[in-house]
Design a protein around this ligand. Structure first.
Ligand code: DAK
Length: 260
């Protein structure tokens, strides 16, 4: 697929999707969401891609939400299709069998916050701003904001943001666990890539199983979730990387993982 609203690049196992609609602060219209879905699918299917980074172009915005100009005159059926496309895409991102990192370089509002929450971790710049301002324009979050936000930061804090429509800065996002790390803007991508490189050095199947256990265990009873963990952990013993990891530990050397 040819991309017009995102820039997709792959370098040394790290794929980067950069939202690139500067005239609308990288707001997501349906075309951009389709491009995101396509690029995430490429990341899923390409074994040479080991980690995905999502960020925004420019110095001001990650994604300033769904595109209000496009949504303004939508009929209910169109809005349903737009919402479903967003949900499908973000679920694909969330369950990607490899790690994803949102490098939030400014506004992450509405749909932008929702995209970042479908990533495994959020590294953010000092100028980042999070919020679910949909209520201010007569809506509620439509791409998982009412659900993923409360799971990440707790129901009371999520309600404050969703009902009040306000924005929080990077320091507050860090304080409540929405941001994993905060960096000066000019160091954000470099620090994000350092973490991505650290992940590339890990055994890929282990990463996949760890994500799987956390994602799919979250809504289960503790007993069932722990059982899922057992199954996922046991599967790691089918890999050569598990043998190599333990052998390397006992031989006091760095492991050389081969991804099998
Ligand atoms: N959509 C379209 N254009 C946007 C935009 C957005 N979300 N955000 C910014 N822009 C455009 C502005 O209109 C402006 O365009 P021009 O006037 O230059 O043509 C340009 O980007 C620069 O924005 P500003 O001039 O406003 O820049 P400022 O620095 O003064 O302010 C801001 C930055 C981010 C605080 C402000 O632009 C702002 O408040 N933007 C809107 C943020 C927002 O409300 N985001 C949430 C959108 S709602 C659903 C599906 C999805 C969703 C819900 C339902 N269904 C289908 C049912 C999700 C909804 C949302 O995400």
């Amino acid at each position: 697929m040819e991309y017009k609203n995102i820039i997709f690049s792959v370098e040394e196992g790290i794929a980067t999707i950069t939202f690139n609609r500067p005239k609308a602060l990288n707001a997501m219209n349906s075309e951009t969401m389709l491009e995101l879905k396509d690029a995430v699918t490429v990341c899923k299917d390409d074994d040479t891609i080991r980690v995905l980074i999502l960020t925004g172009s420019g110095e001001k915005s990650f994604v300033a939400g769904a595109d209000i100009a496009q949504m303004q005159d939508m009929e209910p059926r169109e809005s349903l299709a737009f919402m479903e496309l967003g949900h499908e895409t973000l679920r694909l991102l969330e369950t990607l069998p490899k790690p994803s990192i949102a490098a939030v370089n400014g506004f992450a509002l509405g749909g932008g916050a929702e995209i970042s929450m479908a990533c495994d971790v959020r590294f953010v710049s000092e100028n980042a701003k999070f919020g679910q301002p949909e209520i201010m324009i007569g809506l509620i979050p439509g791409w998982g904001g009412t659900q993923r936000l409360s799971r990440l930061i707790g129901m009371g804090r999520a309600k404050e943001l969703v009902l009040g429509g306000g924005q929080i800065d990077a320091a507050r996002a860090y304080e409540i666990g929405l941001a994993n790390r905060v960096y000066p803007l000019d160091q954000l991508l470099e620090e994000t890539k350092k973490f991505a490189q650290k992940l590339i050095a890990m055994p890929p199947f282990g990463l996949k199983m760890a994500k799987h256990a956390i994602n799919f265990g979250y809504d289960l009873s503790l007993d069932n979730a722990n059982r899922l963990e057992v199954e996922c952990c046991a599967q790691c013993f089918s890999t050569r990387d598990q043998k190599e990891g333990m052998k390397a530990f006992l031989e006091k050397r760095k492991p050389n993982y081969i991804g099998r």
